[in-house]
Write a protein that binds this ligand. Structure first.
Ligand code: PHE
Length: 350
C-alpha cells in the first residue's frame, strides 16, 4: 500500500494501555470524519492496517456523497480472547478523545463497529469533535438507521439496473451480518415484501430469521445462495477471489466497508457480469446524516433526501461503468477523484 495519509497517530492509551490508531487520510475537502472502531484484532498491526484502509475509504465516501469533508478513522485494538471491563472501555474512549482533541479539529470521530452514541458521549467528555452523541445531549444519535436507509435506496437502484424496476417485492436477497445496520436492512426488505436468506456468525440471530419468515443459513451458504442480490453487512473482505466464482447472485450491494478482499476482485465480478454497488457509495447514509444534521444544520427531512440521493449516484455509476466498459469500482473511484480535485472552498465542513 502506498502511504497517502496526512497523519497517523499510533499510541498506547495513557489510561487504557490499549493500542489506539487515529488515521487522518485527507482534509482536502474539509475536516476528516470517520468512526471509532473498537474491535479485537490478532495484533495491533492488523488494527493499524484496518485504520489505514478504512480512513482512505472514508475520504472517497465523503467526496462521492458530496460532503465538505475528508476521511479518517479510529481503531481501538481490543485484546483478542478476553472481554474488556466497563472501566477499561471508558478509559479507552477518554484516550481516543484526547488524541482527537490534540488533532485540533482536523478530524471528527463518530461511531463504528463496536461503538455507539453512548460511547460518543464519553469521548465528548474530552473533545467537542465527535458526531452522533445521543439526541438527549444534542447529537444526531444512532447513525445505523440512516446507513440502512441508504443501503435500501442502493438496493432499489440495483434492482432497477438488474430488472428495469426498483421494486423490492418478490426479489430475493441474502443479508450477511445482522448487526446494527444489517438487521435494519433485513427488516426494511421484509417489510417491502422481499424474500430473504439471513446469516450471522452469532446463532442467537436465528430468531430474527424466524421473526421475518426468512431462511437462516451459515455465512458461506448464504454467500453462495441463489439470490438476486447478495447484501454484505458484516466486516470487510467478503468478496475474495475464491468466493466470486461460486457466487449465484445477479448483484452485490450492501453495508459493509471494504467488501473487496483485493482491488482486482472488481474485475472478476465484472467478468462474471455480477453488478457490484461500490461499498462506500451504498453505505454513506450514516455519515451523510451526521454531517447533514450536525454540520450543515439540515432538518431531518433534508438529511433523508441527501441519503436517498445515493440511489441516483449509484444509478449514474452503473450507467457510466456499462457505457465505458469499466468496473463500477473504477467508476466510483473516478467520481471521488474528480470531486477531490475540485474542492468547493465555500462548502468546507464545520
Ligand atoms: N461508521 C460510519 C461509516 O463507516 C462513519 C460515521 C462517521 C458515521 C461519523 C457517522 C458519523 O461510514
Amino acid at each position: 500500500m502506498e502511504f497517502s495519509h496526512e497523519s497517523v497517530v499510533v499510541r498506547r492509551g495513557r489510561r487504557s494501555r490499549l493500542p489506539i490508531v487515529v488515521a487522518v487520510h485527507s482534509t482536502a475537502l474539509g475536516r476528516a470524519v470517520g468512526g471509532c472502531r473498537m474491535w479485537a484484532y490478532d495484533s495491533w498491526e492488523d488494527g493499524l492496517r484496518d485504520a489505514l484502509r478504512l480512513s482512505e475509504g472514508m475520504t472517497r465516501k465523503c467526496a462521492a456523497a458530496g460532503l465538505p469533508n475528508g476521511g479518517g478513522k479510529t481503531v481501538v485494538v481490543l485484546p483478542a480472547g478476553r472481554s474488556v471491563t466497563a472501566d477499561e472501555r471508558r478509559a479507552a474512549l477518554h484516550d481516543v478523545g484526547d488524541i482527537v482533541a490534540e488533532l485540533g479539529g482536523a478530524y471528527v470521530t463518530g461511531p463504528d463497529a463496536g461503538t455507539g452514541p453512548a460511547d460518543m458521549a464519553v469521548i465528548g467528555e474530552r473533545t467537542e469533535n465527535v458526531f452522533c452523541r445521543p439526541e438527549a445531549v444534542g447529537g444526531s444519535g444512532d447513525p445505523s438507521p440512516f446507513t440502512a436507509l441508504g443501503v435500501v435506496a442502493a438496493l432499489r437502484s440495483t434492482c432497477l439496473a438488474l430488472f428495469g424496476s426498483p421494486a423490492l417485492a418478490g426479489r430475493r436477497f441474502a443479508v450477511i451480518g445482522l448487526g446494527h445496520v444489517g438487521e435494519q436492512v433485513a427488516r426494511q426488505l421484509a417489510a417491502a415484501g422481499a424474500d430473504l436468506v439471513l446469516s450471522d456468525v452469532d446463532p442467537a440471530k436465528r430468531s430474527l430469521g424466524a421473526e421475518l419468515g426468512a431462511v437462516f443459513a451459515e455465512p458461506d451458504a448464504a454467500a453462495t445462495a441463489e439470490v438476486d442480490v447478495l447484501v454484505p453487512a458484516a466486516l470487510g473482505g467478503l468478496l475474495t477471489r475464491d468466493l466470486v466464482p461460486r457466487l449465484r447472485c445477479g448483484a452485490v450491494a450492501g453495508a459493509a466497508n471494504n467488501q473487496l478482499a483485493d482491488p482486482g476482485v472488481a474485475e472478476l465480478l465484472r467478468e462474471r457480469e455480477i453488478l457490484w454497488a461500490p461499498d462506500y457509495i451504498a453505505n454513506a447514509g450514516g455519515v451523510v446524516n451526521a454531517v447533514s444534521r450536525e454540520v450543515l444544520g439540515d432538518e431531518p427531512e433534508e438529511a433523508v433526501k441527501r441519503i436517498e440521493s445515493i440511489a441516483d449516484t449509484l444509478t449514474g455509476l452503473f450507467e457510466t461503468a456499462a457505457r465505458t466498459k469499466i468496473t463500477t469500482a473504477q467508476a466510483a473511484d473516478d467520481l471521488a477523484r474528480r470531486l477531490l480535485a475540485s474542492p468547493v472552498p465555500t462548502a468546507r465542513g464545520l
